[in-house]
Write a protein that binds this ligand. Structure first.
Ligand SMILES: [Zn+2]
Length: 62
């Protein structure tokens, strides 16, 4: 089993990029409510598995 992976996500509000600890591949697909680490606005992060890599997609939470 691989060590935990990081995903770069782009905030849909301020468009800054930051890294989050990705969930285990066995836990995908999943969605997280997450507050941007830069502007603190809430967003939704969707994690999916793409060829054994966990990839993240973001969208505004409202
Ligand atoms: Zn932000």
């Amino acid at each position: 089993m691989r060590a935990s992976q990081f995903c770069d996500v782009t905030c849909p509000s301020c468009f800054e990029i930051f890294s989050v600890t990705a969930p285990a591949p066995s836990e995908t697909p999943t969605e997280w409510d997450y507050d941007c680490e830069v502007c603190c606005r809430p967003m939704l992060i969707r994690f999916n598995l793409d060829d054994d890599e966990v990839v993240a997609d973001t969208e505004e939470a409202w």
